[in-house]
Design a protein around this ligand. Structure first.
Ligand code: KIV
Ligand code: ZN
Length: 511
C-alpha cells in the first residue's frame, strides 16, 4: 500500500456550499493559487453544471494552476459529466468527480431510482468521464447509510468501467471512527480489484467526528482524504485539512503515510479562506485558531519557557504562525510594501490593484501606528472583496453615541453614480448605521449574522466585520475592515449588498 496520502481539497466546492460562502471566479483563483502553494494534490474547484459562472470559474482555476490536479464535481448524468469535462479542459492535470447516492433513503426518496438504475447511471457516467480524462473519481453519496452488499456491487461495477479513485462519503456525518475504519477495511478487502484504485474518504462534521472518522479510514487503507480549509462546508462542515495534515505529520508513529503539504502555508491559507468567505475561525480551533499556541495558565507558561515540548506537540512556526511581526509603518514606501506583500504571497495582480492597495495602506498607516502582517493580509483580501461590484459605495458617515441619548448615524452613499444621504437612530451606532444604509438602499434583505473580530491585538487594532444578508433564498457574506468598527460594519454591510446585487442563481449538486 502506498505511503503517500493524497490531499483532495474541496474548499472551493463543498466549502462553497456553506451559507453565504459562494465565491467569484477571481476569489476562487486566488484561493486555488494558495492551495497550490500549500501543496494540495487535488483542488475540487466547483460543480460545473451549477451555472455557466461556476463552469467558467473552474476553467479559470484550471488555467491558473500548474502543480495540482483540478477537478469538477458532476452528478452521474450526461449533462453534468460533459459540463465538468469541458470546464477542466484547460487543466494540465484534470479530474472528473462523478457521484450518485447509494443509500436506500436517497435512492427511494430523492432520486426515485431503483438500485439497478443507480448502478447503470454510475457506470455510464464513469465511461463518459473517461472520454475527457483518464483521472475519474466516483463517489457513492451517503455511503454511510448504504447497504454493504450494494456498495460492493456499485464499486465493483465502476472499477470495471475504469474509475481510478473510489470515494466513500459520510455525507450526513453519522459515523463514528471504529465503524468508519471498519467500513473502509471491508470495502478494500471485498471489492474485486480494489488494489487497482485509490480509496478515498469524505466526512462531514455533524457529530464533530469528521477528522476522527477520516483518520480511522486512513488507518484502514484510505489513501486520499477529502477535506477543506478551516473545516468549511455544508452544514457543520467537512473534515478540516489542517487537522488531518498535522495529525498525520505529528503522529508519524501511528500513520503509515505522509502528505506533500508545506505546513508553513497552513495559517496563511486559513486566513485567506476566512477573509474571502467571511467565515471567522474560532479562537480555540485546532492548529489555526488564534489561541492554538497561546499558553494562558502560569504553570503552562513556566513549563513552555523551561522546555517547549512540556506543553507543545507542534511548533507554531511549522504551521505558519508569524509572531505578529511588525512590518511596515507610515513612512514605508511602495517598494517596501510590494516586497512584503510578495513575501507573504498576497501581492495583488497588476499595477492598478497594487496602487489601490497602497492607497488603502497609507490611509491605514495614518490611523494605526504599527502595521502587522495580519493587517496587510486583511487589507489585500478585504480590499479585493470590496471590488466585487461598486453599485453601493460609502462616501462618508458619522455615528454618535452618548449615554442617555439614542445613538444616531448619518450615512452618505454613492448608489450607481448618485449620492444619497440618510440619518437614522438605532439601538447602538452599528444598528443606526445599518438602518441608515437600508433606508437608502431599500434592499429588503434580512440580516442573518453580524460578527466582529480583531485582526491584531490592542485597542487600535483593525476590526474585521462579517455581515450575512439573505434575500429571496440567496445568502451572501460581506466583509469590511477598519480601525473604527462602526465604519468597518458599514463597509461589510455594503460589501454584502454589492454581492447580493452581483450574484446569480445556481444549482446545488445534492438537491
Ligand atoms: O458529502 C458528499 O457526499 C459529497 C459528495 C458529492 C462527494 O459532497
Ligand atoms: Zn460533502
Amino acid at each position: 500500500m502506498s505511503d503517500k496520502l493524497i490531499i483532495f481539497d474541496t474548499t472551493l466546492r463543498d466549502g462553497e456550499q456553506s451559507p453565504g460562502a459562494s465565491m467569484t471566479k477571481d476569489e476562487k483563483i486566488r484561493i486555488a493559487r494558495q492551495l497550490e502553494k500549500l501543496g494540495v494534490d487535488v483542488i475540487e474547484a466547483g460543480f460545473a453544471a451549477a451555472s455557466p459562472g461556476d463552469a467558467d470559474a473552474i476553467s479559470g482555476v484550471a488555467s491558473a494552476i500548474e502543480n495540482s490536479t483540478v477537478c469538477s464535481l458532476a452528478r452521474a448524468s450526461e449533462k453534468d459529466v460533459r459540463a465538468a469535462g469541458e470546464a477542466i479542459k484547460p487543466a494540465r492535470s484534470g479530474r472528473i468527480h462523478t457521484f450518485i447516492a447509494t443509500s436506500p433513503i436517497h435512492m427511494e426518496k430523492k432520486l426515485r431510482m431503483q438500485p439497478d438504475q443507480v448502478v447503470e447511471a454510475a457506470v455510464k457516467a464513469v465511461k463518459l468521464a473517461l472520454e475527457y480524462t483518464d483521472d475519474v473519481e466516483f463517489s457513492a453519496e451517503d455511503a454511510v447509510r448504504s447497504d454493504m452488499d450494494f456498495l460492493l456491487r456499485v464499486f465493483d461495477a465502476v472499477i470495471q468501467a475504469g474509475a481510478t479513485t473510489l470515494n466513500v462519503p459520510d455525507t450526513v456525518g453519522y459515523s463514528i471512527p471504529a465503524l468508519w475504519g471498519e467500513r473502509m477495511k471491508q470495502l478494500i478487502a471485498r471489492v474485486p480489484n480494489s488494489h487497482k484504485v485509490i480509496w478515498s474518504t469524505h466526512c462531514h462534521n455533524d457529530l464533530g467526528l469528521a477528522v476522527a472518522n477520516s483518520l480511522a479510514a486512513v488507518m484502514n487503507g484510505a489513501r486520499q482524504v477529502e477535506c477543506t480549509i478551516n473545516g468549511l462546508g455544508e452544514r457543520a462542515g467537512n473534515a478540516s485539512l489542517e487537522e488531518i495534515v498535522m495529525a498525520v505529520k505529528t503522529r508519524r508513529d501511528v500513520f503509515p503515510c505522509d502528505t506533500r503539504i508545506d505546513t508553513t502555508q497552513i495559517v496563511p491559507t486559513s486566513k485567506l479562506v476566512s477573509s474571502i468567505t467571511g467565515y471567522p475561525v474560532q479562537p480555540n480551533k485546532a492548529v489555526v485558531g488564534a489561541n492554538a499556541f497561546a499558553h494562558e495558565s502560569g504553570i503552562h507558561q513556566d513549563g513552555v519557557i523551561k522546555h517547549r515540548q512540556t506543553y507543545e506537540i507542534m511548533r507554531a512556526e511549522d504551521v505558519g504562525w508569524s509572531t505578529n511581526k511588525l512590518t511596515l509603518g507610515k513612512l514605508s514606501g511602495r517598494n517596501a510594501f510590494r516586497t512584503r506583500l510578495q513575501e507573504l504571497g498576497i501581492a495583488p495582480d497588476g499595477d492598478e490593484a497594487l496602487n489601490e492597495a497602497f492607497t488603502r495602506f497609507k490611509d491605514l498607516a495614518d490611523r494605526k501606528r504599527e502595521i502587522y502582517d495580519e493587517d496587510l493580509q486583511a487589507l489585500v483580501s478585504i480590499g479585493s472583496a470590496a471590488q466585487i461590484s461598486e453599485h453601493y459605495r460609502l462616501v462618508s458617515m458619522r455615528a454618535h453615541s452618548e449615554t442617555g441619548v439614542l445613538p444616531q448615524a448619518q450615512v452618505c452613499l454613492n448608489v450607481g453614480g448618485q449620492e444619497h444621504s440618510a440619518e437614522m437612530q438605532g439601538g447602538g451606532p452599528v444598528d443606526a448605521t445599518f438602518k441608515a444604509i437600508e433606508h437608502i438602499a431599500q434592499s429588503g434583505s434580512e440580516l442573518q449574522l453580524y460578527s466582529v473580530n480583531n485582526i491584531t491585538s490592542g485597542t487600535d487594532a483593525q476590526g474585521e466585520v462579517t455581515v450575512r444578508l439573505s434575500k429571496g433564498g440567496r445568502v451572501v457574506n460581506g466583509q469590511g475592515a477598519d480601525t473604527d468598527i462602526v465604519v468597518a460594519s458599514a463597509k461589510a454591510y455594503l460589501n454584502a449588498l454589492n454581492r447580493l446585487d452581483a450574484g446569480s442563481q445556481r444549482a446545488h449538486p445534492q438537491v
